[in-house]
Design a protein around this ligand. Sequence first.
Ligand SMILES: [Zn+2]
Length: 343
Amino acid sequence: MSRLIERGPLRPFRGTITGADPFEVVEDGAILIDDHVVVDFGPARRLIAAHPDVMVVPTDALLSPGLVDVHCHFPQTRITGTYGGGLLEWLENVTFPEEERFEDPAYSKAVAREFFDQCEAVGTNEVTVFCTSHPNSVDALFTEALDRTIKVTAGLVMMDRNAPSPLLTPAQDAYDDSLALIERWHGAAGGRFTYAITPRFAPTSTPALLEAAGALWAAHPTCAMQTHLSESEEEVAWVRRLFPHAKDYLAVYEKFGLVGPGAIFAHAIHLTDREVASLAEHKAVVAHCPTANRFLQSGTCDVSRLLAAGVTVKLGTDIGAGTTFDVMEVAAVAEGVPRRPLD
Ligand SMILES: [Zn+2]
């Protein structure tokens, strides 16, 4: 077991970006690393006094917590930023053809490696990820993460309509495949892995599929649940036609028990006041993905409105509609400041 103190400028970053003094820097700070895990941090003097037998390694780098990406698609790594029109055209013309390639386990494995290399290069150490509808894509992702230190929440995409047939799985099969993956991966790697029940979004789901996803979550409530919500106006109109009895988009998910703590809804741009209130009441999380929203011209998420209503908002790259793996760049766009120049 290797113990090490790294000494340098430290950004402790306690709490949230909207909290008090989120960017405090301790000039002479340190972190104590024990077998690849940061177990203590603070002023260097305190850590060195408390652990006099541990080797101290100075660094010029800023010691900062890893970044968290709460929404992305690892199978879209190789199509990041590839132009294809608005959301629905982009799915059909760019995304689905690429996702079909993940029928091949060797392809899944290669892209999973590239995906984590990209995450690590920009300091991301926690990700919530969509795989494809092929179980091997989930196995490839978690297997690749076993030898790394990244925290992973991920799941099998469930779709049973409105996508190419090789990507569709009947509701019962999607349930059975997801269940087998939960048993294999949920809580694995010492608790570093979390399984996420993953219906892609309402338009690619029959009521039977959403019911299967809800039943699965009810039976395995410690899993996460991730999907998309109200990304583009065209999509919202489509959901209205597909689910004419639902009062709004979120109501489709509510009906099947898919709105609650542990649920992550990507985008949530075009919402009614009722939907915003419901997200807050159910303690669901919104994954705000401004680089992807800009790329697909889906609209602008009114984050202030969500925060004011008490909705928890986190940042996602939404690779590959998002154009960067770097959560700091996503944060810069979310803040409305210009992106930093490339170096
Ligand atoms: Zn997405």
